[in-house]
Design a protein around this ligand. Structure first.
Ligand code: FAD
Length: 408
C-alpha cells in the first residue's frame, strides 16, 4: 500500500506500469479489483479507500439498502458485511450505520492487500494504445486499461434558484458539512431518502427544519409490508436488493436483461425504481419537521444575513441555510480528471457513457462502472448491490480480451 512503483510489465508490446488501473477506491473500485485479481489480472486501485462515504456522507446516516444488499462483492464471497462484523466484533444492526460501512470497506481493502495507491488521479489521457494517468503529485503511471469507478461526487444537482447563494448559505446533503454548523433554521429541498434523512438528522441536532418538495405528497419505500412477508411469493415479487417496486424489483436484479430493453422503456424503469421516496423507518423521526409538499422554490437570495426563499404560492421563508437533497445527474464531463479530448471520444447518452458488454466504451480499454453505467444496465448499478454483477462482467471481459490485442 502507499505509492505504487511501476513494474513496467510488457503486456502485448508496449510496456505499461499496470495492466488495469482503477480510479476510485469506493465499493465498485475495490470490488472490481478483487474480481480482476482473482483472474490473474494485474490491477492497481487509485484513491483513498471509501473517501466519499467517510468524508461526504452525513454523519449519523444509516444505509437505506437492506443488510443483504450492502455487501461489497468479492469472487469467493468471503469479504461480506457479516464476515467483517464477525472479524471486528461489530454487533450486527438491522440498519447499517455509515461508519460501519466505511470501516467495512476499509477492511475489505486491507484484505485485498497491496494493490492500492492512495494518491488522487489528476488527469487521464490516451496515448496510442495506453493510458497515461497523472497523479496528484505529478507522478505518471501507464495502464493498458482504465476503469473509472469514481462515483457520483461531481454530479450533485444544484437547481438554478440557489445558484446565487454563497457556500455558507447553501450546501448539498453530501457535501460533507457538519449539520450542527448549518444554523438554527434550515430549509431542506427535496423528498428523497437523503433529503428526509438529513432533515431528521438536522432536527436531532437542534435545528428548526422545513422540508420543501415539489411532489404533492411524500412517498415511502416498501409500504406494502404484507407483500414482503409472504415467503416464496414475496421472493417472486421482490429481489433481495430491494431496488424498485413490486415486479420492477425482480427485473432490475438482472442488468444483462435490462441491457437489451429499448432505451426509452429502460429509462422509465430506471426513473420509477429510484424515484424520490424515504425509508419508512424515518417516519417516527420526522414529526417535528415541517413538511411543505407540492411547492417549488422560485428564488433564493441573501437579505441581511438571512436567506429569503420565495415559493410558487407567493409565500416567503427566512432561513439560515438551505440544504439541497436534490440528487445528482450523471455527466462524465464533470470528472475533472478525464481530459476533454478523452471525454469527447467517449460515445455518450446525455452525459452517461454508452457502455457495452464488460462496461467497455467507444474508447478501447476505457471502462465505467457504478452509477455511470446505470443508463445501460439499469438502476442496480446505482447501489452497492450492483458490485457483484459489475465486477464479474468486467473481470470476465478483461480476461477474455487480454490475449488478443491487449484491449477490446
Ligand atoms: C446520500 C446517499 C446515500 C446512499 N445510500 C446508499 C445505500 O444505502 N445503499 C447503497 O447501496 N447505495 C447507496 N448510495 C449509493 C452509493 O453512492 C453507491 O452505492 C456506492 O457508493 C457506489 O460506489 P462507487 O464505488 O461507485 O462510488 P463511491 O462510493 O463514491 O466511490 C468512488 C470513489 O472514487 C473516489 N474518486 C473520485 N475521483 C477520484 C480521483 N480523481 N482520484 C482518486 N479517487 C477518486 C471518490 O473519492 C470515492 O471515494 C447512496 C448514495 C448517496 C449519495
Amino acid at each position: 500500500m502507499g505509492s505504487f512503483k511501476g513494474k513496467g510489465i510488457g503486456t502485448m508490446g508496449n510496456s505499461v506500469d499496470c495492466e488495469v488501473i482503477v480510479i476510485g477506491a469506493g465499493p465498485y473500485g475495490l470490488s472490481a479489483a478483487s474480481h480482476l485479481r482473482a483472474l490473474g489480472i494485474e490491477v492497481l486501485v487509485l484513491g483513498e479507500p471509501m473517501r466519499f462515504w467517510a468524508n461526504e456522507m452525513p454523519e449519523g446516516m444509516l444505509l437505506r439498502s437492506p443488510r443483504e444488499a450492502s455487501t461489497i462483492s468479492d469472487p469467493r464471497s468471503e469479504l461480506t458485511l457479516e464476515a467483517y462484523e464477525a472479524a471486528s466484533g461489530t454487533k450486527p444492526a438491522v440498519r447499517v450505520a455509515r461508519k460501519t460501512f466505511v470501516d467495512y470497506g476499509r477492511w475489505f481493502q486491507a484484505k485485498l492487500g497491496s494493490d492500492l495507491d492512495r494518491r488522487n488521479v489528476a488527469q487521464v489521457h490516451r496515448e496510442g494504445s495506453v493510458f497515461k494517468v497523472t497523479l496528484s503529485d505529478g507522478a505518471v503511471l501507464t495502464g493498458r486499461r482504465v476503469v473509472v469507478a469514481a462515483g457520483v461526487g461531481p454530479f450533485k444537482r444544484s437547481p438554478k434558484p440557489f445558484s446565487d447563494l454563497s457556500h455558507s448559505q447553501v450546501s448539498h446533503c453530501y457535501d460533507g458539512r457538519r449539520f450542527a454548523d448549518l444554523g438554527k433554521r434550515v430549509a431542506v429541498i427535496g423528498a428523497g431518502q437523503s433529503a428526509l434523512e438529513s432533515a431528521a438528522l438536522l432536527r436531532e441536532a437542534g435545528a428548526a427544519v422545513e422540508v420543501i418538495a415539489r411532489i404533492p405528497t411524500l412517498r415511502w419505500i416498501g409500504m406494502h409490508k404484507r407483500l414482503h412477508q409472504l415467503g416464496p411469493i414475496s421472493r417472486m415479487l421482490y429481489s433481495k436488493h430491494d431496488v424498485g417496486p413490486i415486479g420492477v424489483s425482480r427485473l432490475v436484479a438482472y442488468p444483462n436483461l435490462i441491457f437489451h430493453i429499448p432505451l426509452g422503456l429502460k429509462d422509465r424503469i430506471r426513473t420509477r425504481a429510484v424515484r424520490s421516496a424515504g425509508a419508512p423507518w424515518l417516519i417516527p423521526r420526522l414529526p417535528q419537521v415541517k413538511m411543505t409538499t407540492g411547492r417549488t422554490v422560485l428564488s433564493a437570495r441573501e437579505i441581511s444575513g438571512e436567506v429569503q426563499l420565495m415559493l410558487d404560492d407567493g409565500s416567503e421563508r427566512r432561513v439560515d441555510h438551505v440544504l439541497l437533497g436534490t440528487g445528482y445527474r450523471v455527466d462524465i464531463s464533470k470528472y475533472e480528471f478525464l481530459s476533454p479530448s478523452l471525454v469527447k471520444e467517449v460515445r455518450q447518452l446525455d452525459g452517461y457513457p454508452d457502455v457495452a458488454a464488460g462496461f467497455s466504451t467507444s474508447v478501447p480499454g476505457l471502462h465505467f462502472i457504478g452509477a455511470t453505467a446505470a443508463r445501460k444496465f439499469g438502476p442496480l448499478l446505482y447501489f452497492v448491490a450492483g458490485t457483484e454483477f459489475a465486477s464479474k462482467e468486467l473481470a470476465l471481459h478483461v480476461s477474455r480480451n487480454r490475449t488478443r490485442n491487449g484491449v477490446n
